[in-house]
Ligand binder design. Structure first.
Ligand SMILES: [Zn+2]
Length: 219
C-alpha cells in the first residue's frame, strides 16, 4: 500500500526500537497523511520482535494517547520518559512508559506551600479546605491511572497526561488528604483522602498506624 510505503520512508531508524519514543514516532509516521486536527486511525504495522503488542479493541485508546504526546506543545517523549509541563510551568516526568503500563507515579514536585492563586482555584473547585494550602511529604508522589479493566490503558495514560497538563487538576489530587492520629500510639500524620478533614490539632481522624497493627507501612 502506497500510504504505508510513505510511512516507512519517514521513519527515523536511529531511535531505540525498545523505547516508547519509537512507538510514538512510528504511529506518527503511519498517521502523517491525515489532516492535522484529525484523530489517528492507523495502527502501525510493526513486526513481532518490536515491543508494544496491543489488543485490537485497545488500539484506538493508545492511538489517542500517542497522538496527544506527539502533538501537544507541552508534552515530550525521550526514550521511555514522557515529560509534561503544566499550565503553571512545572515539568514532571513519567518513567518507563510502555503499553503494558497501567499506573504511573507522578512526583508533585512543588514546594510545601501551594501558591496562592492555586489555593484559590482549589477552594473554588472543592470548597475552602485547609488541605489546599500545602502538600505534605505523604502526598509528594501520586499514583495515577484508571481503575477500570474495560478501559484501554492508553485512555488511562491520556487522562494522566491531561491531569499533568493542568496544575489545578493535579493539585486537586495532591491536596486530597486529611490529618490523622493513631488511636493507639497517638502519632499524627497525613493520609490520602477525606479532603481537609481532621484539622485543626486535636480533631484528627483516628486510624490504626502500621507499627501499632504490625502491618507493613504502605504510605
Ligand atoms: Zn500507632
Amino acid at each position: 500500500m502506497k500510504q504505508n510505503d510513505e510511512a516507512w520512508e519517514a521513519v527515523n531508524w536511529d531511535l531505540d526500537f525498545g523505547s516508547f519514543e519509537w512507538m510514538v514516532h512510528l504511529a506518527a509516521c503511519f498517521n502523517r497523511h491525515l489532516p492535522a486536527g484529525a484523530p489517528w486511525t492507523e495502527w502501525p504495522e510493526w513486526s513481532t520482535d518490536m515491543p508494544g503488542w496491543v489488543q485490537d479493541k485497545n488500539r484506538p485508546g493508545w492511538l489517542s494517547a500517542l497522538r496527544l504526546i506527539h502533538t501537544h506543545p507541552r508534552i515530550a517523549v525521550k526514550k521511555s520518559v514522557v515529560s509534561v509541563t503544566s499550565s503553571h510551568g512545572i515539568t514532571r516526568e513519567l518513567e518507563d512508559v510502555d503499553v503494558s503500563s497501567r499506573w504511573w507515579h507522578v512526583n508533585v514536585n512543588i514546594d510545601w506551600n501551594v501558591p496562592r492563586p492555586l489555593v484559590a482555584a482549589l477552594d473554588e473547585l472543592h470548597g475552602p479546605s485547609p488541605s489546599h494550602a500545602f502538600v505534605p511529604g505523604q502526598m509528594e508522589q501520586l499514583c495515577l491511572g484508571v481503575d477500570d479493566d474495560s478501559v484501554s490503558y492508553g485512555l488511562g495514560l491520556s487522562s494522566v497526561l491531561q491531569a499533568m497538563l493542568d496544575e489545578v487538576v493535579l493539585l486537586s489530587q495532591a491536596t486530597n488528604f486529611h490529618a490523622a492520629r493513631c488511636r493507639f500510639c497517638h502519632e499524627t500524620t497525613y493520609r490520602e483522602g477525606l479532603r481537609g478533614q481532621g484539622f485543626p490539632p486535636g480533631k484528627e481522624v483516628l486510624f490504626a498506624c502500621g507499627s501499632c497493627t504490625g502491618e507493613p507501612l504502605t504510605n
